[in-house]
Design a protein around this ligand. Structure first.
Ligand code: OSB
Ligand code: MG
Length: 390
């Protein structure tokens, strides 16, 4: 398969309410939507990078730059015989995993559509997993009552577990209030997005009394050693998110005891082929997995649901229904939560959903199209409009 055309649509979708994490507040979801076309078929995916380098060093600008200057010139020259070959075609590009994931996932969708099968079949997922149990991620709230009211509403909707964002000063009190409000049996976890340091270990150990499922990425985004040390001082299991960017990271984190659980995000690790490698490694090492989220539109949610059919995903993930964040999703109909707290795996070819043309037109702020038969910018050297080098 030779990619004939790549369309990049930059979209902005308002969030129903602000989402606050330890690294900032979002009021709008923005992302690059990618469409790859070949042989009359399309494949879709989105980049999970954000405006600011708060969660990851990658941003919309670096994703655009990397795809245009380094990834597209390589994929443009490739004739892919399988979706896995997209990853190998990009190995010379170090880092920039969110950029690589966006186009790689679109290539997977294309191959599944070309073969007329749902994406999970290409991934080797379990076809009997048609309904994926999911949880919800709750942003930092201004006060404890706001948190417990929201939690109550989500539990009533059917969500299977609550993840609460925390930061220093908004951790023990809100979590204690929440545990009291919802009782002992509701699965609760906390996500710190790297807001603490090892010197906070005694404070974090106070969370042990709350019977949390896990504490997600409490320490620095690139740290493993201190997470392993912290794990020895807490009873609450440590789950890594930011720190796991590859199968090698996962192997090392597990080996030193830094991760008892892994939050697997396709965008963070560079695509579906790498996500599957991490999945296989985690299964071998008996490390439970769950599928993380990045406030994706319905396109990214669909990719997540297909991935979650792999058997190693034993815990509810963050892929909540479209209406958790959006009044209107990019897909129509949106993903809806069943009363049992599950989302359906779309059973059509590929990811089984497409961007709705009307919604895309409404949310699109910018578009660029790259064609195989047009030479692009190469190598990341700045050019002026005339083609002369600066
Ligand atoms: O750390 O898991 C995270 C959202 C943006 C960036 C990082 C994270 C999150 C979430 C929300 O927790 C997950 C979701 O609902 O998609
Ligand atoms: Mg996280």
């Amino acid at each position: 398969m030779k990619i004939e055309r790549v369309t990049l649509d930059f979209v902005e979708i308002p969030l129903k309410s602000p989402f606050e994490t330890s690294f900032g507040v979002s009021t709008v979801k923005s992302c690059w939507m990618l469409t790859v076309e070949a042989e009359g078929l399309s494949g879709y995916a989105e980049s999970v990078a954000d405006v600011e380098p708060g969660y990851s060093p990658e941003t919309h600008a670096t994703v655009y730059y990397t795809l245009k200057n380094h990834v597209w010139p390589r994929l443009r020259a490739a004739d892919l015989q399988s979706p896995e070959q997209a990853l190998s075609a990009m190995t010379a590009v170090r880092g920039h995993r969110m950029a690589k994931a966006a186009i790689e996932m679109a290539v997977w969708d294309w191959f599944a559509r070309a073969r007329g099968v749902p994406l999970y079949r290409l991934l080797g997922g379990d076809g009997t997993r048609r309904d994926i149990p999911v949880g919800v991620s709750i942003g930092i709230q201004p006060h404890d009552q706001a948190l417990t009211a929201l939690a109550d509403d989500y539990l009533r909707q059917g969500y299977r577990r609550l993840k609460v964002k925390i930061k220093p000063g908004r951790d023990l009190a809100p979590l204690t209030a929440l545990r009291r409000a919802v009782g002992d049996t509701v699965p609760i976890m906390a996500d710190a997005n790297s807001a603490y340091r090892l010197r906070d270990a005694n404070h974090l150990a106070l969370l042990d009394d709350l019977n949390l499922m896990m504490l997600e990425q409490p320490l620095a985004e690139d740290d493993m050693v201190d997470h392993a040390e912290l794990a020895k001082r807490l009873r609450t299991p440590i789950c890594l998110d930011e720190a796991i960017e590859s199968d090698e990271d996962a192997r090392k984190a597990i080996a030193i005891g830094a991760a008892a659980i892994i939050n697997l995000k396709v965008g963070r690790v560079g695509g579906l082929a790498m996500a599957r490698r991490i999945h296989d490694l985690a299964v071998n090492q008996a490390i439970p997995l769950w599928c993380g989220g990045m406030l994706e539109t319905g396109i990214g949610r669909a990719h997540n649901l297909h991935l979650t059919t792999l058997p190693g995903f034993t815990l509810p993930g963050d892929t909540s229904a479209s209406d958790r964040y959006f009044a209107h999703d990019l897909i129509d109909p949106p993903f809806r939560l069943s009363p049992h707290g599950t989302l359906p795996v779309p059973q059509g070819p590929g990811i089984g959903v497409e961007p709705d043309p009307g919604r895309l037109a409404r949310f699109r702020r910018y578009q660029e199209i790259w064609r195989r038969d047009e030479p692009g910018v190469r190598g990341g050297v700045p050019y002026d409009g005339s083609g002369a080098r600066f």
